[in-house]
Write a new protein. Structure first.
Length: 771
């Protein structure tokens, strides 16, 4: 460079080599242009004739929990808003960057400006303002483009410190190499690009002629090789390279293309460059508009054709794109499935219901399209209006899992997997891993009935922090499954295998913290169960559900046990405790019924006999009510308090004592782990209450727990009162006299404030080392 910035050489260098005309679309690969005419042509062909009103007119919005939609002019402000928990009370933690990235494209809308207003100064150029209504639209559009070009040119000089701005130049062509510049100027995070020229010239000693700095012959030779690179021909390779696979256990599955990679690779400029190699310029522009849609939102909602374009590129059938354009097929018509011997869209719309883009003689084309579409058309999973959606999927659908790992411990009706969903294919705030519950295939009709029953129960249950949150359901061919958050800490049965100090440590404050946690979590589980027993839910998203069924507001869980109470990491609502939150789950045996039939439901269904109430284990003589759940919850609470007060060894002894207790009239070899005993000696009849009794092992364990925490003065405290309530109100043999769930909730309401005070403490032997 010459030091004198005022001489003619420097001025010529700036005018010719700066390439000041920059494409105004952020992700466009054709970034820099040597003169205005090429720039304006590019803007019109690659980004439509209406680019002056569309460019940088995108807005972001939030419609989550607001009376009126909040609108933002830029993504930065939108992201700040989305992270504010105070504005989104339903959230427990701010969304991650990956979740905001996935959500951003779906929360955009195009807010077009006046067609003759400059996007820089936000005013009409003076020449257009003077013309007013008398102006010719073509002339005014040309004036606006020239006006914007002046802004673009002037702004380019800001990159040269100390140089005064200059007006738009006179279209003198730069001697710089445009292909190298535009390929170097991809935005950070864009996919890898073909060689920019550096790979060819980095080891070359550059030589210049003395007069004008023209590159020497050695460089020109290498740049000639660069010109032979066909960027568009690599589009299929870039799509293939961006595909991912997931491991189903140890087995690698089919590869698939994430949505964000599809949109990043298939940008408007790339699409147009590819199309103009196959079609005329006018058709290329029309097809490009069809593929890209009007906005990013179209790409997210399926009203564009990025997926169809990618499929045709990958199977080398792009010349058939015109059929899809003329028939009006978009991505939301995917997938195409076999109808006799021809492919038809699974989701036709009113515009293309009777049209086909395939011909019966094109067997190879149809087979290639059908096979490839599954790698491109992969579900995006989200909830609508805070309600889980039901995804009806083709058997060949590839799910967006990064991994799917079988869980060794699972129930008899279903198998559970821990799945890691690609962050670009879900919109669930605060979750990294998920539990996929897949129903075991038995009888197809019975499977569907069980699936619908569990789904109905989950939708009917009043939502809350202590009831499992349904995220989505899938019907994938004959496979039926539910998607839930993954319980980081396991279930309550697993938690109770550990010693309390392993979770809390020991110390003067440990007993107070654990007592407080027990109170909050038991109260939460009781409240969650009451929400099943007497629910008045919001209107749920289920178009197929018979609205008359919503009168059935009274439910029975049917399988309350430690394995069905999950532990999630604390979401900040535990008032300072580092322990997690207990959540009631597994609604496979749940049933809902109306007020007239809410009690005396027939017994049946496979459940754990350990936690079954006396009326549930009478071989059909008696019936099941909501109070059967209260019995089971009383059993669980007695175990939880035994563990908290005296540790896992005492819990094991509690189990053994129940199992080994002899029941009158039964064989010495007859043993079962239940909380009640059967007295068959009473007239040989199983009658309630005479034919049943609360096992002595249960009564003794409760008394031992009370003695361990009563202190030297034998004073009562909350946990002693809780143990008495379990024995006297929840484990009542006569179900007609047993507490309802609402009474259990009232008990906690009366004591929660007392246990929540800072100075309230009960000494727990398992934490003080006295046991």
């Amino acid at each position: 460079m010459r030091n004198d910035t005022n001489n003619k050489y420097w001025r010529r260098h700036v005018d010719q080599d700066l390439q000041p005309y920059v494409c105004l679309y952020r992700r466009c690969t054709n970034s820099l242009f040597a003169h205005k005419s090429d720039w304006s042509k590019h803007m019109a062909t690659a980004h439509s004739q209406e680019w002056p009103s569309k460019a940088h007119s995108m807005t972001w919005y939030c419609d989550l929990g607001h009376a009126e939609t909040a609108v933002f002019d830029n993504e930065t402000d939108w992201r700040k808003h989305m992270r504010k928990l105070s504005l989104h009370p339903g959230r427990s933690k701010p969304p991650t960057d990956a979740q905001l990235d996935a959500l951003s494209a779906g929360k955009q809308k195009l807010a077009r400006r006046d067609p003759y207003v400059c996007l820089f100064c936000e005013e009409k150029p003076q020449r257009i303002a003077i013309l007013g209504d008398r102006g010719n639209s073509t002339d005014m559009a040309s004036i606006l483009v020239d006006h914007i070009a002046e802004h673009v040119k002037s702004l380019s000089f800001l990159s040269l410190p100390g140089l005064e701005g200059a007006a738009a130049e006179d279209d003198a062509r730069s001697t710089n190499i445009e292909n190298t510049s535009r390929k170097r100027c991809r935005n950070p995070g864009s996919p890898p690009q073909p060689a920019s020229g550096v790979e060819f010239v980095e080891d070359i000693s550059l030589t210049f002629d003395d007069d004008d700095g023209k590159a020497g012959s050695q460089v020109n030779k290498k740049l000639a090789q660069l010109d032979q690179i066909d960027h568009e021909s690599n589009l299929a390779d870039r799509l293939c390279d961006a595909m991912e696979s997931y491991f189903d256990g140890e087995k690698k599955t089919k590869s698939w293309l994430p949505r964000e990679a599809l949109l990043d690779i298939c940008q408007r400029s790339d699409i147009f460059d590819k199309l103009k190699k196959t079609f005329s310029l006018s058709d290329a522009q029309r097809y490009c508009d069809y593929v890209c849609g009007d906005s990013f939102k179209d790409a997210q909602t399926g009203r564009s054709a990025h997926k169809i374009f990618a499929i045709l590129v990958l199977i080398k059938e792009l010349e058939k794109l015109g059929r899809f354009v003329n028939s009006g097929y978009c991505d939301d018509n995917l997938p195409f499935t076999w109808d006799d011997d021809i492919l038809q869209p699974l989701n036709p719309n009113q515009y293309n219901e009777h049209q086909s883009v395939f011909k019966k003689g094109e067997k190879s084309f149809m087979q290639s399209f059908h096979a490839k579409q599954w790698q491109i058309h992969v579900p995006f999973i989200y909830r609508k209006d805070n309600q889980a959606l039901e995804y009806q999927l083709h058997p060949e659908t590839i799910m967006p899992w990064k991994s799917r790992t079988p869980v060794t411990k699972h129930g008899g009706f279903a198998k559970v997997y821990m799945v890691d969903i690609h962050p670009g294919h879900h919109a669930f705030d605060g979750y990294n891993k998920f539990a996929l519950k897949v129903l075991r295939p038995t009888d197809q009709r019975a499977d569907l009935e069980g699936f619908q029953r569990e789904l109905y129960a989950l939708r009917r249950t009043t939502p809350g922090p202590h009831v499992i949150e349904l995220l989505a359901t899938f019907k994938r061919g004959g496979e039926l499954s539910f998607l839930f958050p993954w319980a980081d800490e396991g279930n309550l049965a697993e938690i109770m295998l550990k010693r309390p100090p392993e979770l809390l440590g020991s110390g003067s404050d440990a007993s107070r913290v654990l007592t407080r946690w027990l109170t909050e979590q038991c109260a939460g589980i009781a409240e969650g169960l009451h929400g099943i027993h007497d629910t008045q839910p919001q209107i749920r998203h289920d178009d197929e559900l018979d609205k008359a069924e919503w009168k059935d507001n009274f439910g029975i869980h049917g399988d309350v046990k430690p394995e069905n109470i999950l532990m999630f990491k604390s979401k900040g609502k535990g008032k300072g405790t580092s322990l997690g939150e207990l959540t009631l789950s597994d609604f496979g045996l749940s049933r809902f019924h109306s007020k007239d039939s809410r009690s005396n439901q027939p017994g049946g269904g496979i459940m754990s006999l350990t936690y079954a109430s006396p009326e549930q284990n009478t071989y059909g003589q008696f019936h099941v009510s909501r109070r059967s759940d209260v019995w089971a919850l009383g059993c669980v609470f007695s175990m939880l308090l035994t563990w908290a007060i005296r540790g896992p060894d005492a819990l094991t002894a509690y189990h053994n004592a129940r199992h080994d207790e002899k029941e009158p009239g039964l064989s010495e070899r007859w043993h079962q782990d239940t909380f009640y005993g059967l007295n068959v000696a009473v007239n040989g009849e199983r009658t309630i209450p005479d034919g049943f009794f609360l096992k002595k092992a249960v009564i003794d364990c409760i008394d031992e727990n009370k003695n361990a925490i009563s202190g030297p003065d034998r004073n009562s405290n909350f946990l002693i009162e809780f143990l008495d309530f379990i024995r006297d109100r929840m484990l009542k043999i006569n179900f007609a006299e047993r507490a309802r769930s609402e009474e259990v909730c009232r008990f906690f309401d009366q004591h929660t404030r007392e246990c929540g005070s800072a100075d309230y403490s009960i000494t727990l032997p398992t934490l003080t080392g006295s046991l």
